[in-house]
Each structure stands twice: as C-alpha cells, then as structure tokens.
Design a protein around this ligand. Structure first.
Ligand code: CTP
Ligand code: MG
Length: 605
C-alpha cells in the first residue's frame, strides 16, 4: 500500500534560484543532516584508507626485522583488518544515506510537480505539450536524483580523499606532496572546458528527448485517427526522424565524454609515472625510507584517480544542473489562484447571471467573443445555438473562470464574477464537457468523481437514471464496478456522454452547463434525457449548447451565435416570428425530419 503522502509542506518555489547549486541545496531541506552524515561517513572511510597506508609504513620501517614478538605482529594484523572493516562499513553507510537523500528529494519533487501541474492554468496547458511535461516530471527529475545520489556525494569523496591523502603525504615528505598534485590544475582546467560543452549538448539532447516523448504520446492518443487515415507509414517516418535526431544528439554528447576520458587518462598516468619514478629515486638515495615510498605509492593513487574522476563527475553534474533548470521552469509557472478573490458565500448562489458587453480573447490573440450581452434569471435555461467555431464553448468556459474575460462585465447574483473565488464558483457550476473524459476506474468512481461526501448507491442510481445510462450499466457484467477503459469495457461516445451527465448531476450544482452533451446520443435517447433533465434543471440556471432545435426550443432564452457575436436572441416563438438564422435552421431541420419520415413511410409500405 502506498504511504499517505501529505501535500508538500513547504513550497519548492524556494528552491528556484539563478544560482543552481544554491537551488539544489535548498531542495535538500529536511535531508541536510542525513546528507551531512553521509559526508562524515565518507570522511571516516577516507581516513581509514589513509591510515592503512600509514600503518603499512610503520610496519615496514619500524617493526619488520626489528625483533618484535608475535603479539606485536598480531596487533598490526588486527589493525589492518580493523581499518579495512571500518572503511567498508562507512563507505556502505555513506552510500545508503546519500541514496536516502536522493530518493527522498526525488520523491518529493515528483509529488510536488504532479501537485503543481494540477494547479496550472488552462492557458498554460493550452500551450504546453503533454510529452514535455511527462519528460520533465520523469527523466529530468531522474537526473536531479542522480545528482544527489551519485555526483554530489562522489564530489565530496574526491575532495576528502584529496585533502586527507595530500596532508598525509605532506607529513611524510613535502616535495613528494607538491609533486603529486602538479597536474591537478591542468586536470581541473580540462574538466571545466568540457563541462561547458557537455552542458550545452545535454540540454539539446533533453530537448529532443521531450520532442520524441511528445511524438509518441500524441501518436498513442491519436491512434484511431492514424489508423483511420492509414497514416502509419507517415507516423513511423516522423517518429524515426525524431528518434534519429535524438541519436545524433546523443552521439554528440557521448563524443564529448569520450574525448574527455583519454585526455584525463594521459594526464593522470603521466602524473603517476613521474611520481613513482622520482619517489623510487628518493628511496634508492635514502632520502625516504622504503616504508614511506610504499605508503606514498598507495596514497598518491588515491589523489590522482579521484582527480581524474573529478572531470567525469563535473561533466555528469552538468546534466543534473540542466535538468534542475528544466524542472524549475515548471515550478515557476504560476498556479491558478483557486482561493483568490473576496467573494466566497457560505451558501449556494442563486444563479442570476448577467453578461454586459463581454469580449474575450485567448492568450492575447484575436477576440473570439464580442459585445456579448444577455441576462439569465435564476433557474432559467439559456440555449446557445450557432455554427461551429462561433464561440459557444468559449462563452460558457468564462463562467467557472477557466479563462478570464478581457472586456465588459459578467455578474453573478449582482457581483462581478472576477471577485468570486474560483474554487467556490466551480463548486457551484456543473459542466458536461463537449468531449467528456472518463478515467480508467470503475463506472461508480467516475460518476462519484469530485463529490466529497459519501454517496449512497440510490443517489448514484438516480443520477444514472436521469442520464438514461442506468440500464446500460446494469447490463455490464460487473454493473457499477465495471472498469472503464483499458482493463474493462470501452464505452461508446454516447455512453461516455451519459456517464459524464450523471457525474455532473450527482454534484447537484446550482448552475448547469451542457456543452453539446447529447451530440453523440440518438434522438430517442436524447428525448429521454431531455425529459429527465427538465425535471432536474428546475431551480438551476442552465446553459445548453446544442445543434438540434428540439433541444433548445424550450429554453427561456435562445442565443444564436455567429463569429463570436450574438446575432439573434429571444424565445422560440419570438425567433420564429422573425426572419433570420433561427427560422432558417428550424425549417431546414424540419424539412430533413419530414423527408426522413416519408422515406421511412415509403419503405414500410
Ligand atoms: N479557440 C482558441 N483557443 C482555444 C479554444 C478555442 O483560440 N483554447 C478559438 C477557436 O479557434 C475558435 C474560437 O476560439 O475560432 C471559438 O471556439 P469555440 O468557443 O470552441 O467554438 P464553439 O462555438 O464551441 O464550436 P463547436 O460548435 O465546434 O464546439
Ligand atoms: Mg464547442
């Protein structure tokens, strides 16, 4: 069972900084002591290793052949074993603690991102590709995790090994100590040189990775379209092209790594060779003892090899830092302020809605709504009719404040809509989307989605009956427990719409929006739903978007829209009494119906 994870109790926004190391440090909040312990563990392990070499020197120079008894030898032997155990234990502990930190930070970061993405605005989601979000929440978080688990700790290890061994050699022989770090500045310079280049190439690589994810994700979501249009070959080609680009960028990235390795190897090897030779000459001359030489030879390896690794670590760290930036880009994206706004009544709204000269444009683009003015009294039905793209969905999406109107005013119960808290508004408004989405959960869970209290089966059934879907659900083998989607039944378009209607009705909203909610339902079922809804719509202000006159004709107010404007408004009778779009649509639909009827009659005869 997954643990109950509380919402992150601090804001990761604190971790956003131009100074990436500072940001990563802040991201470690709550884990710093564990990380410190990991570093101390490393320090102890490093000291044990160096102590082993110093013990070796002591053993060779001061004990061996000096006639000590077996007790002394046994003690020294124990010392070696003890130090080895010490080193092993602390290396292990330190690795574990570092992993704990890294996993902890990554867990929190993933939770935070998921949480945050839920709260971003519609506008953000309109302009961001899903694949991009997926990639950043997984692959980039993974790179950040590796930063803590591997790179940061390895960096600490390198620095400690360097300092401890350098000081140890220094106490033995100063010239040797200086000699053994002669190439270090060069190594560091080479590392820094590669660091910059790798950063750039890694960033390009990750970008392409996101591109590839998007391609895959869209292809999978749109698999039906692809098959219907027989575009498999084109899609495969597109994917292969993106994949090829990723391969190319990956190669360029690896090239940088593979150039770095030999250059650092040559430097390190050269350094060791010179050190060994000069040390040997000193030992032969008697400047240093044999024990000192052996200890030196052991310790200098632990200066040079880690230094050589330093470059690799720094180069890999660049991946963590670039990924940190990519994650921060999501973190800094502003959340939709759900509880901002001064109006949050304790009870329900009455549902008096007045649009006054409202205009609206998506994200600074062209206006898609102009001069929209009308009034909806509490409990009335407003029907929207109009050609596709005329702005019906855009208009109703303003009510729950999914988007903000750009001009004019909308009032709800006499108060400006912009002053209402979004969360409150959305608790009052039920919306059946034009393209409803169901989760891969049971039908019951889908219907009770978003209802916070316990719901009885009776209530669920009543909602399903009103949406004319109850009997269909009962016909499934598992009834209301039937899984929707991959692991269960695949619902038809009309069935999905009706489950979505049931889901909205169960929430018992004061304002009901039905955006083409019965477009995929046959005329007979639509009639049944309409009847059930007529009862349910009582006392609620309802917005109905539909293309069939039969669905809209009983509304108290019918708005006919075209190109973002209301071109006609009134009741069915008023609109029928004047020439115009409404009457045209009515007559056309009536004619089609008639023809259909007579044709049916003809085949029946
Ligand atoms: N639009 C947009 N950005 C969005 C949604 C819509 O720019 N996120 C634009 C569309 O391109 C269209 C206009 O807004 O030109 C109106 O769209 P919409 O309100 O969705 O039209 P509807 O009347 O709902 O059309 P339909 O009957 O097809 O649902
Ligand atoms: Mg629409």
């Amino acid at each position: 069972m997954a643990p109950v994870i509380k919402k992150p109790d601090y804001n990761l926004i604190n971790a956003v900084s131009d100074n990436r190391l500072l940001g990563l440090w802040r991201m470690m909040t709550g884990y710093r002591y564990i990380y410190l312990a990991a570093t101390i563990g490393l320090g102890i392990a490093a000291l044990s290793k160096t102590a082993t070499y110093l013990l070796l020197r002591y053993f060779i120079d001061d004990i061996l052949g000096k006639g000590y008894g077996w007790q002394t030898l046994a003690l020294i032997g124990l010392g070696f074993v003890g130090l080895a155990l010490f080193e092993g234990t602390f290396t292990f502990l330190s690795g574990r603690l570092a992993a704990q930190t890294a996993e902890g930070v990554a867990l929190r970061l993933r939770n935070y991102l998921y949480d945050h993405i839920q709260r971003l605005t519609f506008t953000y989601h309109d302009r961001t590709k899903t694949g991009e979000l997926l990639q950043r929440s997984t692959s980039d978080v993974e790179a950040v995790r590796r930063f803590y688990a591997d790179q940061a700790i390895a960096l600490g290890r390198i620095v400690l090994l360097f300092v401890v061994n350098f000081l140890a050699i220094w106490t033995l022989q100063r010239q040797l100590a200086v000699l053994s770090v002669a190439v270090v500045p060069v190594l560091v310079l080479v590392s820094v040189f590669f660091f910059g280049r790798v950063s750039k190439r890694y960033e390009a690589y990750q970008e392409q990775d996101a591109e590839l994810q998007t391609t895959l994700q869209e292809n999978l979501s749109g698999v039906r379209v692809v098959k219907a249009f027989a575009r498999q070959d084109y899609e495969i080609g597109k994917f292969e092209q993106e994949n090829w680009e990723k391969y190319q960028r990956g190669r360029r990235l690896i090239l940088m790594h593979s150039l770095y390795w030999p250059s650092s190897d040559i430097l390190a090897g050269f350094q060791m060779l010179v050190g060994f030779v000069i040390g040997a000459i000193m030992a032969i001359n008697g400047t240093i003892t044999v024990g000192t030489y052996l200890a030196y030879a052991g310790m200098v390896i632990w200066i040079i090899w880690p230094m050589r690794n330093l470059g690799r670590i720094i180069v890999q760290m660049s991946a963590g830092l670039v990924s940190y930036d990519r994650v921060c880009e999501i973190i800094t994206e502003e959340e939709e302020p759900l509880t901002e706004g001064s109006i949050k009544p304790a009870g329900h709204v009455r549902g008096e809605i007045v649009f006054d000269n409202v205009s609206f444009a998506y994200n600074g683009g062209e206006t898609v709504l102009n001069d929209i003015s009308f009034r909806c009294n509490p409990g009335e039905r407003v029907a929207l009719l109009g050609s596709t793209g005329s702005g019906k969905t855009s208009l109703v999406n303003l009510l729950p404040r999914f988007y903000e109107y750009t001009g004019g005013s909308i009032t709800l119960d006499g108060k400006e809509l912009k002053d209402y808290q979004r969360r409150y508004l959305r608790s009052q408004i039920g919306i059946v989307e034009q393209e409803p989405f169901l989760f891969s959960r049971s039908i019951r869970e889908n219907i009770t989605y978003g209802v916070l209290r316990d719901v009885s089966d009776e209530e669920v059934y009543a909602a399903a009956r009103a949406a004319a879907i109850h009997d269909v659900i009962l016909s499934f083998p598992d009834g209301y427990n039937t899984q929707v989607g991959e692991r269960g039944v695949t619902l038809s378009g009309g069935q999905k719409q009706r489950v979505a209607i049931a889901r909205t009705l169960l929430r018992d909203p004061r304002i009901l929006i039905l955006d083409d909610a019965t477009s995929s339902v046959d005329t007979e079922t639509e009639g049944a739903i309409r009847q059930a809804l007529t009862h349910l719509m009582q006392g609620r202000s309802t917005f109905i978007i539909a293309h069939r006159i039969q669905t809209v004709m009983y509304a108290e107010l019918i708005l006919v829209m075209d190109h973002g404007r209301i071109i006609q408004s009134g009741t069915h009778d008023e609109l029928m009494a004047q020439p115009g779009a409404y009457r045209r649509i009515y007559e056309m639909q009536a004619r089609v119906e008639d023809e259909l009827q007579s044709e049916l009659q003809a085949t029946a005869d």
